[in-house]
Design a protein around this ligand. Sequence first.
Ligand code: NAD
Length: 292
Amino acid sequence: LPEQEAFDIEYWLLEEAKLQRMPKPKSMAGRVALVTGGAGGIGSATAERYLSEGACVVLADIDEVALKASSDNLSGRYSGDVVRTVMMNVTDEAAVISAFTDMSVEYGGVDILVSNAGIASSAPVEETTLALWNKNMDILSTGYFLVSREAFKILRVQDMGGSIVFVASKNGLAASPNASAYCTAKAAEIHLARCLALEGAEAGIRVNVVNPDAVLKGSKIWSGEWLDQRASTYQTDKDGLEDMYRQRSMLKRSVLPEDIAEAAYFLASEASAKSTGNIINVDAGNVQAFTR
Ligand code: NAD
């Protein structure tokens, strides 16, 4: 190579290497995300993943003590006023409207909604009271509708697109024993996501679903009545259940809150810009395995 050309190439390579070493801009910088069920295992992990990419998060929940613990934990690790909380029951229409209005005033809007607040409560069909059935429908279906509706209103006015992520369940696709109310409500969530994806597409509002398989670690669901019901259905204890879920998956691995958070990050980020109305099963390969 002529001397000048060799020099140019070397200079260019050095400049490239410098660029590689420079801190990368965070992919969610300036974004505002509302996470319902933000005091729970999956909600907290998702909020943390978003914070790590520079987003501001609003944790919404009904459990005041857990909400404070989750917020204190996250605020202690991310500087700036990037973690806020709101007490919001997703089944309370007035509370949902007011929370979204407050977000518009405080943050100037919302870019990402993670609809994740949930319970798990079911019984054999003959023992499923109307109250139990309605509880599942109210929180898991109506609640997802209410928060999505309010998010849609803001996203449309902002006219900058946006992303809604539903944390549904593998049980919304496949039946689970003695859990018809929960499974049906989760199936409704999934279909609501498809319908909203169609409605939002023209405005660039994407709606996608993460379906976890059992996530025992960090989940409050797995310390209450759901644990007793599953333990009784499968005749084993918590460790036995965790082992059972792991063994029946293709990968023979337990699913963790961080795994769901990673999928929820992908679906809310530009990396999934061409995906809407879709589902990611984070299940270690359980949904497609015929092992039990
Ligand atoms: P979690 O109990 O740790 O968190 C759920 C949070 O939702 C709690 O903080 C709870 O207070 C809150 N919540 C409940 N009802 C609410 C309401 N009406 N309004 C506002 N907040 C409410 O459980 P998790 O494992 O983090 O579950 C998160 C989501 O993932 C749920 O929708 C659940 O159905 C789904 N999911 C969980 C599993 C699992 O095995 N953990 C599996 C599949 C799907």
